[in-house]
Design a protein around this ligand. Sequence first.
Ligand SMILES: Cc1cc2nc3c(=O)[nH]c(=O)nc-3n(C[C@H](O)[C@H](O)[C@H](O)COP(=O)(O)OP(=O)(O)OC[C@H]3O[C@@H](n4cnc5c(N)ncnc54)[C@H](O)[C@@H]3O)c2cc1C
Length: 392
Amino acid sequence: MRSDVTIIGGGPAGLAMALSLDALGLSVTVLERAPHAALADPDFDGREIALTHHSVSALRASGAWARIPAIGVSPLREARVETGRRNHPLTFDTRGRGVDALGYLVSNHLIRRALYQEAVSRPGITLRAGVATRRVRTDRDRVTVLAEGGDIETRLAIAADGRFSDIRRLHGIGAVTHDFHRAMLVCRMAHESPHHHVALQWFDQGQTVALLPVNGSASSLVLTLPPDHIADLRAMERDAFNAEIMARIGNRLGAMRLVSTRHVYPLCAVYAHRFTASRFALIGDAAVGMHPITAHGFNLGLKGQEILTQEIAAGLARHGDPGAAASLRRFEMRHRMATAPLFAATNGIATLYTRDDPPFRHLRVAGLRVADSLAPFKAAVTSMLMDDKKTA
Ligand SMILES: Cc1cc2nc3c(=O)[nH]c(=O)nc-3n(C[C@H](O)[C@H](O)[C@H](O)COP(=O)(O)OP(=O)(O)OC[C@H]3O[C@@H](n4cnc5c(N)ncnc54)[C@H](O)[C@@H]3O)c2cc1C
């Protein structure tokens, strides 16, 4: 089989990439390990993805946004950051910006379903599901992707197979890995008091809690604790779990009730040593797997595929080749510039705000107070959260 570009991994980053390349008129094959049924109707996985304005525009342009039901899109009007008990909160809102929301929360399974529906509607995209890719063999002029059910001859292979990417490793590309020795439990809780579409990020002593407002008097609970505590909470009987969560969050939202399955994610951030090799590129979490605390993983995944698409388009125009070395070099440089500072800052925040020894505790209380009084700082962070600018 032949294809201009072959993408390994039909997760959100891989499918978004496929749609962008299809729009350039290239033939694209996507190889995904999970079966079609799991892609067509993915299960709820606990993740509520906070999308920036830029990401919403990208999804709209791809055709996927129109496939997400309106009820599944929850506006984020304000974000509050608190540390400890009775401390001055740091708040971010849209005042003076002429928009109704900082960003929008959408469940990961709805994003995946919408991207899949759009991808299978495009004749230029071949989606082979239930197929494990074994490895990618490259030479100067072409690439062979070795996969179950038949190899593929292609001009560029893109690995989008997640943060623990086998294809990255088999291709000899290492990665910086930062294990936070914490796990995250995520689930949906219905509650008595309204959330007014305000998100809370609370760095309490011994725990980190996020409450993300979703439609229908409910919030997504994101609780970070050592892995053994998280395992106990996941196994806890429902009534006991509800009582435990209400106590943990100080009854902020009145009576609470678990209304979804519970999901656990180990906290491990990953940054690939290189994003490219000859006729080979990494995108999504396979390139940069962020700690979720700053809600940037998929937003950066979309940025990466957008930059790579721009460079492939330039390579096609200049050399008639989607895998031109100059295009991959420019993608490498631009995506590194777009991600390295955020990756480092996110890891710094995650460490500062989850360690409870005294210097860290005092620093974060002081940090929030100073940050809240600095209007230019708040304006800059709000712009970053919203990201309403175009990728140059
Ligand atoms: C709790 C939590 C909250 C988050 N919140 C946010 C947020 O608010 N905002 C945000 O922007 N991001 C957020 N993220 C990050 C976001 O979920 C990820 O960045 C995004 O899902 C990564 O997509 P991906 O396609 O790169 O990887 P994945 O979703 O991991 O997809 C990889 C795909 O590759 C397939 N695959 C793997 N190996 C092979 C193989 N050998 N052959 C074929 N297929 C293969 C897998 O089956 C899978 O479908 C959050 C993450 C977590 C855990």
